[in-house]
Design a protein around this ligand. Structure first.
Ligand code: ASP
Length: 407
């Protein structure tokens, strides 16, 4: 039988699903369960995978100095690339000015926005769990990461006999979680078929909006995202990380296609970790630490999107933002991207933070609502791509050879 590589299977599933969802929407209810089951299975492994992987990674680091160094490098990478992405978006939106002269009449109403406005303080509060079991049950990744780092670190501080037992246990547990993940990954084409056909049939009516008044705005977001993903990040990988960016891109096809189809960095997380370790040859020590953290707080695509959307809304309302206000947009877009959860449309909700900061009306979100779902797919792909470039860069800075180093 013809044995296609997994990423080809996924691509074919994607195209067939899009056609199916568009032309036979009434048939979608017979296949959408495939997508639901797949997403459930991915969510099932996220917490135990992240938990065991971080503990196994941190204990293999040896001492606190290594952990601190890795932490600083990781955060520095996140801040640099997200800011770069925002500035790219700001540049595009200031040149093209997609919002000038837009008809405010096509705005859609959004309900319950005031209640969902997050604050910066919340982001820090969310880090430390009141009850770790509750955080795990809720699927909240940040507190789980925090607790796992502490647990891993203090395992290395206990006496030899305890340390050996616990390190061995979590290493073994992580191995098993990886095996389960690999098993689930085999079903990705079926899952994607279910997800994409359902999404296409649900949003088919909005496709007109992309072609209509929102076309220029969408093009600005997409152009910014593509530039960041295909030019800026590869240049950093090539010249700072001394690795081959497009070989890395190819290695990441499965997680990237999944991010595109699911619009969720969190759901993609198990696939990202697997591809980094098995395809690009990055050690668990690095990927276990950088990827779960990245999936939650490093969102270059979302950051760029927040900036372009806020500027678009300002232009549409005829508000001329000063340089200082634009810088405020940059900073709040960065914070909003850190605070956004790795789930579909989280970025749209976080937009309230940016709009409030510069005094724009929250109803402005209604302007960009129609195309959010499609732009979400692309920005999530860039979010995951940036996480994987970060892992590669940090691995290279730790002198790891990987499979794609430039010799
Ligand atoms: N869907 C995005 C993600 O999971 C977040 C966003 O809505 O921008 O990465």
């Amino acid at each position: 039988m013809l044995k296609l590589k997994l990423h080809w299977q996924i691509l074919i599933a994607f195209i067939l699903a899009a056609l199916f969802g568009y032309f036979i929407p009434e048939g979608v209810r017979y296949v959408s369960w495939l997508g639901d089951l797949f997403l459930r299975a991915l969510k099932m492994v996220i917490i135990p995978l992240v938990f065991s992987s971080i503990i196994s990674g941190v204990t293999s680091m040896g001492d606190g100095k290594n952990l601190g160094r890795l932490g600083i490098k990781t955060i520095a990478y996140y801040l640099t690339t997200s800011t770069l992405a925002i500035l790219t978006g700001l540049f595009v939106v200031n040149i093209v000015k997609p919002g000038v002269g837009v008809d405010l009449g096509f705005s859609k109403t959004v309900e319950g926005l005031e209640g969902s406005a997050g604050s910066v303080k919340d982001i820090f509060y969310r880090l430390i769990p009141e009850n770790i079991v509750d955080s795990m049950a809720q699927g909240a990744i940040l507190p789980v990461i925090f607790f796992a780092i502490l647990l891993g670190y203090f395992i290395t501080r206990t006496e030899e006999k305890h340390r050996q037992i616990l390190t061995g246990f979590f290493d073994a547990f992580f191995e098993v979680m990886m095996k389960i993940t690999l098993f689930i990954i085999r079903f990705t084409p079926l899952g994607i078929f279910g997800i994409v056909s359902a999404e296409v049939s649900r949003n088919a009516n909005d496709l007109g909006a992309i072609a209509g008044s929102l076309a220029i705005y969408s093009l600005c977001v997409v152009a910014g995202l593509l530039f960041h993903g295909l030019v800026s990040l590869p240049l950093i990988v090539r010249y700072v990380g001394k690795a081959r960016p497009y070989a890395h891109l190819k290695n990441m096809t499965v997680p990237l296609l999944t991010a595109f189809s699911t619009s969720s960095s969190s759901a993609t997380l198990p696939l990202t970790m697997e591809a980094l370790e098995n395809n690009s040859g990055i050690s668990n020590r690095i990927s276990s630490f950088t990827v779960p953290l990245g999936a939650t707080i490093n969102m270059d695509g979302t950051a760029l999107y927040e900036c372009v959307a806020a500027m678009f809304i300002a232009q549409a309302y005829g508000v001329d933002l000063t340089f200082v206000q634009q810088m405020l947009v940059v900073i709040t877009a960065l914070l909003a991207s850190v605070g956004a959860a790795g789930i579909p449309m989280a970025g749209l909700v976080m937009m309230t933070v940016v709009l409030t900061a510069v005094g724009l009306p929250l109803e402005g979100i209604g302007l960009v609502l129609a195309v959010d779902r499609v732009l979400d797919m692309i920005r999530t792909t860039i979010n995951v791509w940036s996480d994987s470039c970060g892992a590669l860069l940090i691995a290279r800075s730790e002198k790891e050879q990987t499979n794609i180093a430039v010799s």
